[in-house]
Design a protein around this ligand. Structure first.
Ligand code: GCU
Ligand code: CA
Length: 728
């Protein structure tokens, strides 16, 4: 790691579209970012890596390369030791930093290129063999930086310009950035030639020589299996951006608040495990803060950020005893909960899932969602609430079960008002209490594909339609304009209860400095209109905190067609010229109803209209209904009731609608199942008065899982009063 953090940050993500698994790259020339490439699969499936800074200047510093190598070998160095320790930390790759500016620029392989320390024994080969045999990967650190070329020396230099110059046949000063760029460039190619089975490079910052000689494209071309990671910079062509250890967040373990790069870009956070001292072994044996380290590991995983955990190898490769003991503890600890971390993505972001972050009564944590099962979630409570209750936004998921992940014991829960509430919790874990949550799809979200979007300001290529295209890689950009409004035209009058927003996570979530602030929505107003012209007073106003993950704006229930979100300002102040007035939204949606949970009903169950999405009002003024009321649909063409119906297996089943029609006219409705018309203009004839209820039955095709059954009025009278739907 470099001593100083360079503030130069490249333009973040270039625009990339992924449509149904295929890829269209729309990036500027020279910035060919691959957001999805098979070579990245390994990193994407990883939780993290073990970062080992280890070289000639590991304490006690050696000045003779061969003396260092002798001490390494006679000290009992083995590559398998590092693999074993990495496994204990439940990480999947090892990043070896020996060719490091502060560690003597040593190259632990028999390099043919003179210019700095190189060994006779091939330690890199040993490590690659050991990691590969364990299903892990070795990634080699490369430095850009000659400025420490004589650090720690009273005379002489770690870099040998004359040897390199005669090897090259022209004069090169290795202590300059350009000269060092040339030397390290040659080393990249030597490594690629020697180690086709290396995992890739972890590149510290950048060097102009590498860029002007097109290094990165050549790496991908020669070694399509390598990945390239960049420290501290978002260089579009590189697979992964690494973020060097940040502190100052609250809670301190919540590292993701400090990241400025948006998924699905591969993102890594690298942090030291020893509480004090350098990135490398300096002779000390600092303690490892269990809570801070595990908190970082878990909140990173809950944000789809890889954890690169740095330990300080001694000359013989072994970690000081406090680090070894931490690894042993972590091994046992993580074994119990790894199923909730591995094979998951961070929840509350583009992959779906429950809302992470700051919960009730001081609780804080993250959520994860299975990569293969969209109805399997985990809640990680890193800071427990002061009470026995945990409440978090359900993000529209219908929750069917909650258990304590470690014990399997069921947890009492309820859903309502947009929240999932767990009650009577005991047996908190000191670092991470994990709840396993099963769901049955999401409910109460008006399908974004039916909206027409517009905005009062948009940057070119980032129009408002991007927030409703189901693609988290496209985003609406306010073109540095606030106040700014985003308008949803729902096509017809609908029940509206909340707005859900996934803002682009490309700014820090708290003000790190005057020039590094959050671009998230701050003060807002919501207005509604039936005609898109007359808006009246706001139906909701408020202030959103600067937080990562999905944001929800609740509004008193409206039946309306047009919804306008006015963003008065964002959290960035004028001192942050990059983010001031810049608003970017990946996706936003309108919730018609909050989800309700409970176990999926068995076949033969009745689904009340008052629990369905009712385009109209829920009334209870005409006796004879079941449940707590019925849906009085609007008297209009298109007025609808939509039920969500779970099914264990696919098949044709009877669907019985209970209704009353106190008029003399038939009120026909189109019945669609999962969007497909099943019965056009089904009759809902007169029942003579509004308190006489009757039923009509048709057959509907259900699929296994969650189904929608929708009845839509085809005449200006609207539908009848609908009481319930019985399936089976
Ligand atoms: C009356 C009746 C409602 C009914 C409505 C209608 O207002 O009270 O329950 O829905 O007529 O014609 O749709
Ligand atoms: Ca009605």
């Amino acid at each position: 790691m470099r001593r100083s953090l360079r503030t130069r940050i490249r333009v973040a993500l270039t625009a990339v579209l992924i449509v149904a698994g295929s890829l269209t790259v729309l990036s500027p020339p020279g910035a060919q970012a691959d957001l999805q490439n098979p070579r990245q699969d390994f990193l994407r499936s990883s939780v993290g890596g073990l970062f080992i800074h280890w070289g000639e200047r590991t304490s006690p510093q050696h000045t003779s390369c061969s003396a260092w190598e002798n001490d390494v070998r006679s000290g009992g160095w083995t590559a398998n030791y590092w693999v074993t320790e990495a496994r204990k930390l439940h990480v999947q790759y090892v990043v070896l930093a020996t060719f490091h500016s502060r560690l003597g620029y040593a190259r632990p392989w028999p390099s043919a290129i003179p210019g700095s320390c190189k060994t006779n024994h091939d330690f890199v080969r040993d490590l690659i063999d050991a990691t590969n045999a364990a299903g892990m990967k070795t990634i080699l650190y490369m430095t850009d930086d000659p400025q420490w070329h004589n650090e720690g020396l009273s005379s002489g230099d770690w870099l040998n310009s004359s040897a390199y110059s005669s090897f090259k046949g022209h004069s090169v000063d290795l202590t300059t950035r350009d000269g060092f760029g040339e030397f390290s460039y040659d080393n990249f190619f030597e490594v690629m030639n020697r180690y086709p089975d290396l995992g890739g490079f972890w590149i510290d910052n950048d060097n102009a020589y590498w860029e002007s000689h097109d290094l990165y494209a050549q790496i991908y071309q020669r070694r399509p299996n390598y990945t390239i990671s960049n420290n501290n910079e978002d260089t579009a062509i590189m697979d992964m951006i690494s973020n060097e250890q940040k502190t100052g967040m609250s809670p301190s373990y919540d590292y993701p608040q400090a990241t400025f790069t948006a998924g699905p870009r591969l993102i890594e956070a690298d942090y030291k495990l020893p509480s004090t001292g350098a990135w490398w072994f300096d002779g000390s044996n600092p303690s490892v803060d269990q809570r801070l380290t595990l908190g970082r590991y878990i909140t990173n995983a809950g944000s789809s950020i890889k954890s690169l955990m740095a330990e300080t190898a001694q000359v013989n490769g072994r970690f000081p005893s406090n680090q070894e003991s931490f690894n042993n503890f972590a091994d046992t600890y993580l074994n119990q909960i790894f199923g909730s971390i591995s094979g998951t993505e961070g929840g509350g972001y583009l992959f779906g899932g429950l809302k992470p972050g700051f919960w009730n009564d001081g609780a804080h944590g993250v959520t994860t969602i299975s990569k293969t099962n969209p109805d399997l979630h985990f809640i990680h409570v890193v800071t427990r609430p002061s009470t026995t209750t945990l409440r978090l936004r359900d993000n529209g998921y219908r929750v069917t079960g909650v258990t304590n992940f470690r014990t399997g014991a069921p947890v009492t829960f309820s859903q309502g008002g947009g929240n999932l509430t767990l009650t009577g919790i005991s047996g908190w874990d000191q670092f991470d209490t994990v709840f396993r949550v099963t769901t049955n799809g999401r409910a109460g979200i008006i399908p974004p594909s039916t909206y027409t979007m517009s905005a009062s300001a948009s940057a070119g290529g980032h129009g408002a339609s991007a927030v409703a295209d189901g693609n988290y890689l496209t985003y609406w950009d306010s073109n540095k304009t606030t106040p700014v409004s985003l308008r949803f035209d729902l096509g017809s009058t609908k029940r509206v209860q909340y707005i859900g927003i996934n803002q682009r996570e490309d700014s820090v979530a708290y003000a790190r400095s005057d020039t590094e602030q959050s671009a998230r929505i701050r003060d807002y107003r919501v207005l509604v209109s039936s005609d898109g012209t007359n808006w009246g007073n706001p139906v909701a106003t408020g202030t959103l905190p600067s937080r990562r993950g999905v944001a929800m704006i609740d509004i008193p229930v409206q039946n309306t067609r047009h919804v306008r979100l006015e963003v008065v300002n964002t959290h960035a102040t004028s001192s942050d010229t990059t983010r001031f007035k810049r608003l970017r939204v990946d996706e936003a949606w309108i919730g018609s109803d909050y989800a309700t949970g409970g176990p999926p009903p068995p076949p033969g169950s009745t689904f009340e209209a008052e629990d369905a999405v009712c385009q109209g009002t829920i009334d209870a003024n005409h006796a004879g209904f079941t449940g707590s009321g019925f849906c009085n649909t609007d008297n209009a063409v298109g007025a609808a009731v939509e039920w969500t119906v779970p099914a264990d297996t696919a098949g044709d089943v009877p669907a019985t609608f209970r209704f009353a029609n106190g008029t003399t006219a038939n009120r026909p409705m189109d019945i669609t199942v999962n969007g497909v018309l099943v019965s056009g203009g089904l009759n809902f004839g007169s029942t003579v008065d509004w308190t006489s209820w009757t039923t009509t039955t048709i057959t509907v095709p259900l699929k296994a899982g969650s189904n929608t059954v929708r009845a839509t009025a085809t005449t200006a009278n609207g539908g009848p009063n609908l009481d319930n739907l019985t399936i089976g």
